[in-house]
Design a protein around this ligand. Structure first.
Ligand SMILES: Cc1cc2nc3c(=O)[nH]c(=O)nc-3n(C[C@H](O)[C@H](O)[C@H](O)COP(=O)(O)OP(=O)(O)OC[C@H]3O[C@@H](n4cnc5c(N)ncnc54)[C@H](O)[C@@H]3O)c2cc1C
Length: 417
């Protein structure tokens, strides 16, 4: 005799992607279980920079990045680093990244990224109403600043994409204009663009916790275990953990940077890797931060987290197992202090490293598994997981309830590699 199912949908991963999907499905009346091994320190969603980066529609693999990368790699304090022992492992990912920067491919990726971003922008507003969470947001825009005129000129590709895809911005061409939005910066900054519709959470940890708490209040179940295997059959899916099994009608893999092993067991070889990123949180800084700052040439951002200031960024390819190299966080801080006099007032700070789940073409996978339509994938959001969580959640919800997704999702296919 067949046992009754434990739930309609089981979601593997309780980061921002998994939990946003869980909430979205609950709203349709589905019973949902989230399974997470619950190691909050390695969950990328709890300590990121907290930005809904709706202006960042440009895929990362631009011709400009390909040109700048060798110089960055040679700079020990630069924004890009590959661990020597990881060079061979990351080579196929890098090759795909380079291919994604070629003109025709780049245009397709830009269209797909922009459409997911537009959906996510609207979906976030629906989510904020549903979560009653306006008080957990700052709506203060983003200032994207450039020290060197030549780099500002090169950023024309970014602003052109914004114009094409209805992202509002204003360009600023003097230190005085910049100071009207953000006083106190090093006066060598004379070029910037301001994107007013950029939003930040007051704290990504509180945002995630708020969603998790509401999910539980609305009868969602949380299983604190590591998933080992997913076994789909015709009518249901078994999700296997050590000494424990959950049976569901559908299963969603939203396990961030750890998702590809689960997908691989189902026959989908997806080139997911991790771009490790660092940040430093300064609880007592005297710097009066008025908006989210993006130091585009240096690959880091500065945001307000509760009453603290967080400096975050860098991309490090070193896999999931090597310990963090917090010298990278120190290098970020040193640079930021140079550009933001008074940032560090000597009263201590916290360092953190997180695993961005990244695909070489900068797009996530949002699709059914090849083996079974009872298993869906939602991972690989790279630098934009918080930003695209609400949009991704609506797409996955639609696939599960058998409704047409609001945007064309072919670019997010699991079979595109
Ligand atoms: C320094 C830094 C700054 C960032 N800033 C921003 C930002 O400002 N805006 C933005 O949009 N994005 C930002 N990001 C990216 C963003 O944090 C990620 O894209 C996002 O958190 C990914 O969410 P996720 O739910 O896919 O993965 P995660 O948050 O990593 O969650 C995955 C979960 O799956 C669980 N899991 C994995 N394997 C298993 C298993 N086998 N069984 C059970 N559970 C499992 C893990 O425990 C984890 O909790 C930043 C990232 C970094 C590193």
């Amino acid at each position: 005799m067949k046992l009754p199912l434990d739930c309609d949908v089981a979601i593997i991963g309780g980061g921002i992607i998994g939990l946003s999907i869980a909430m979205s499905l609950q709203q349709t009346g589905k019973s949902v279980i989230v399974i997470d091994r619950d190691d909050k320190l390695i969950n990328a969603s709890r300590n990121n920079a907290g930005a809904f980066a709706f202006a960042d529609i440009l895929p990362l693999a631009t011709p400009q990045i390909i040109k700048a990368a060798p110089k960055w790699l040679l700079d020990p304090a630069g924004p890009l680093y590959i661990h020597p022992a990881y060079v061979f492992s990351i080579f196929p990912w890098m090759f795909r990244f380079w291919r994604a920067s070629l003109n025709d491919k780049f245009e397709q990726l830009l269209q797909a990224q922009a459409s997911l971003m537009a959906l996510s922008r609207d979906a976030l507003e629906r989510q904020v109403i549903e979560l009653k969470a306006e008080s957990l947001l700052h709506r203060k825009g983003q200032l994207r600043i450039y020290q060197h005129k030549k780099n500002f000129d090169r950023s024309a590709i970014f602003w052109k994409a914004c114009s094409q895809h209805n992202v509002r911005y204003t360009l600023l061409n003097s230190a005085a204009e910049i100071a009207e939005i953000q006083p106190g910066l090093n006066s060598t900054y004379e070029h910037a663009g301001f994107t007013p519709d950029w939003i930040n959470v007051t704290d990504p940890n509180s945002w995630l916790q708020h969603i998790q708490d509401l999910f539980i209040v609305r009868s969602g179940k949380w299983v604190d275990k590591k998933v080992d295997r997913i076994i789909p059959s015709q009518n249901d899916v078994s999700i296997k953990m050590e000494e424990h099994t959950v049976n569901a009608s559908f299963c969603v893999v939203a396990a961030g940077a750890w998702s590809s092993r689960l997908a691989s067991d189902l026959g989908d070889k997806i080139p997911l890797d991790t771009e490790r990123g660092y940040n430093v949180t300064l609880p007592n800084s005297d710097f009066d931060l008025k908006t989210h700052l993006t130091f585009a040439e240096h690959g880091f951002v500065v945001s307000t987290i509760n009453k603290a200031i967080r400096v975050g960024g860098a991309v490090e390819f070193a896999g999931l197992r090597r310990p963090p190299n917090f010298n990278r966080a120190s290098a970020l801080l040193k640079k930021a202090e140079n550009f933001m006099p008074g940032l560090l007032n000597g009263n201590g700070y916290d360092k953190w490293m997180g695993f961005r789940p990244s695909l070489p073409d900068s797009l996530p996978v949002i699709d059914y598994s090849t083996l079974s339509k009872r298993v869906l994938y939602a991972f690989g959001h790279g630098h934009l997981g918080l930003t695209q969580a609400a949009g991704t959640a609506e797409l996955v919800r639609d696939l599960i309830i058998g409704q047409n997704p609001a945007i064309n999702i072919s670019a997010f296919s699991a079979k595109r590699f």
